[in-house]
Design a protein around this ligand. Structure first.
Ligand code: 9PG
Length: 534
């Protein structure tokens, strides 16, 4: 099934050490299927592990470079395009908002020159319907960073493992290469990894975030829950998002003012309404106000002796140290309470990238991220995990559902000024783009969460045409179909449209045309449909 049509390409690789030891180098002929490059190394500290190869592309070829984490915008690029960083902010502003901590900016270089693009864990090159996929089979030894320069036709591959100590057999690269149709290359990659999605069950329901945001109370939750009865289906998910906890980091009790009856009672009411209950947590981070931060300074991950800030949400938040027994014990108690005592069926686990901003001499950054994900899976048993704010490949096969896009906004693409902040920014337009351009992960790595759609009229600045683009893409390319509306405000035509959107998931023959504009085509009830996205 794996065909190689192009002339096989030779990859030259180099392994450099921090000590004064001779560089190890070699060549490898890239073939279809797994390409595992193992070198026996002396006891030393790795500095750089890189490979280069010629990888010519033609004028119309499209390039996809997977973005670092859930929210990172990563559309297909043309050969003149480049991976955009963010606007050139004055350093104090950058430092204040910690924008570089949301993505790979703090460890990957962005030359921002026409034709230069980069991404993590997988990339593809597409001519019409023909894909050339180059992907990682294992990120434990370090993220696989791909960087393409279309001006010279060179592909550079780097293993993100600086500072890792090695001794003996080291997997310099665990690559997979395939050429063929979209389904052929992605099916072959997941077969080679032996990764299957944990569930095939598409879910639908409600998330409290995208209307009231953190201003939720048990009354607003009750109001929205009542509104869902008779409109959602039994077994759908009703998910309480950020705002229930006293402070980010403190997950053992609800905020006593907003949820005086507690979170067990909230889950009970959701169950009584016939739905499954979901709860949002950000288990690997904490804000300065939290008890976790104030009472356990030793639980924080320190970089150069200082707590590592992961961004500016909630006025700043910090990484917990996965290796600290106190953190592990605390998280065990948290998940036992949420899943067993309170009886939630699904947890939306967010800002997960915070667990592994760095590796150390024993473990790469990616290795730490994977270990964090495995730990969460262990704590959650067979309960459902919706991963969010997580580097994609470390979540493969470990979460049931995973966000593949940034947050949708209440308008289309934010203000001109805000368009220059980080690639992880909130944007409906970019969320739609990621749901389309990461569609191959849906049903292979997990079921994808494209984020919510909107049907409501109030508190929203999307046109009807924009709402249609969002719900169509979410229904066709995702396995999670949530909204954040108060459904009692729906008019009869909106009720009917909601039912129609759920029926959209029965579409077959879903296709994307991205060579000239962006169009989505599908068949439903024997009829052909097309929707122009851009
Ligand atoms: C709760 C929210 C919702 C939402 C999540 C996440 O890059 N950023 O600045 C950025 C901020 C917030 C954010 C995502 C990215 O939202 O995706 O669904 O749960 O947290 O606080």
């Amino acid at each position: 099934m794996i065909r190689i049509n192009t002339v096989p390409s030779k990859l030259s690789y180099q392994i450099q050490f921090q000590e004064n030891i001779a560089t190890v180098s070699g060549t490898h002929e890239l073939t279809g299927g797994p390409n595992i490059i193992i070198e026996r190394l002396p006891q030393a500290t790795l500095r750089k592990v890189t490979a280069v190869m010629q990888f010519p592309t033609v004028a119309q070829e499209k390039i996809f470079m997977n973005g670092y984490q859930t929210w990172t915008y990563c559309p297909e690029l043309g050969r003149q395009d480049y991976t955009r960083r963010m606007g050139h902010f004055p350093k104090p502003l950058l430092d204040h908002y910690k924008l570089e901590q949301y993505g790979d900016y703090h460890f990957v270089d962005y030359p921002e020159q026409p034709g230069i693009s980069h991404g993590e864990s997988y990339c593809y090159f597409r001519q019409g319907k023909r894909f050339r996929l180059l992907a990682s089979l294992d990120e434990h030894p370090g993220y696989t960073l791909f960087r393409y320069d279309s001006k010279t036709g060179t592909l550079r591959i780097e293993r993100d493992c600086e500072g890792l100590t090695c001794c003996g057999a080291f997997h310099a690269f665990d690559l997979f290469y395939a050429e063929g149709t979209e389904d052929e290359v992605f099916d072959a990659w997941f077969a080679a990894m032996g990764i299957r999605p944990r569930t095939g069950e598409h879910i639908a329901g409600y998330s409290s975030w995208y209307n009231r945001y953190e201003d939720i109370t048990q009354e607003t939750i009750r109001e929205d829950l009542q509104a869902c009865i008779g409109k959602l289906q039994p077994g759908d998910v009703f998910q309480i998002d950020d705002g229930w906890e006293p402070f980010v980091g403190d997950w053992l009790e609800a905020d006593p003012v907003r949820f005086p009856d507690g979170m067990k009672q909230a889950a009970q009411e959701i169950h009584d309404a016939g739905f499954r209950a979901g709860l949002w947590l950000a288990p690997f981070v904490a804000t300065k106000e939290s008890e976790v931060y104030r009472l356990h300074p030793d639980w924080l991950l320190k970089v150069d002796g200082k707590p590592w800030s992961c961004g500016c949400n909630w006025g700043g938040f910090y990484s917990l140290d996965l290796d600290h027994p106190g953190v592990q014990d605390y998280l065990r108690r948290v998940f036992d309470r949420v899943l067993n005592e309170w009886d939630y069926d699904l947890v939306k686990l967010d800002f997960l990238y915070g667990v592994a901003p760095f590796g150390n001499e024993r473990e790469s950054r990616a290795g730490r991220m994977i270990r964090g994900m495995e730990f969460l899976r262990e704590l959650c048993g067979d309960k459902l995990i919706l991963g969010c704010g997580v580097p994609l490949m470390p979540a493969f096969g470990l979460v049931d559902y995973c966000r593949v896009s940034c947050d949708v906004s209440l308008d289309w693409d934010d203000t001109l000024l805000k368009r220059h902040i980080h690639r992880e920014r909130v944007s409906t337009r970019q969320a739609i783009g990621n749901s389309i351009f990461r569609r191959q992960l849906n049903g292979r790595a997990f079921l994808s969460d494209p984020d919510v759609f909107f049907l409501r009229d109030e508190n929203l600045k999307l046109s009807e045409a924009q709402k249609k683009k969002l719900y169509t893409v979410n229904a066709l390319f995702g396995g999670v179909l949530f909204h954040s509306d108060n459904m009692s405000h729906y008019r009869p035509d909106q009720d009917a449209l909601y039912r129609q959107i759920r029926h959209l998931r029965d579409a077959t023959d879903v296709r994307v045309e991205a060579d000239c504009g962006l169009t989505v085509r599908y068949r439903l009830d024997g009829q052909e449909h097309a929707l122009l996205i851009e």
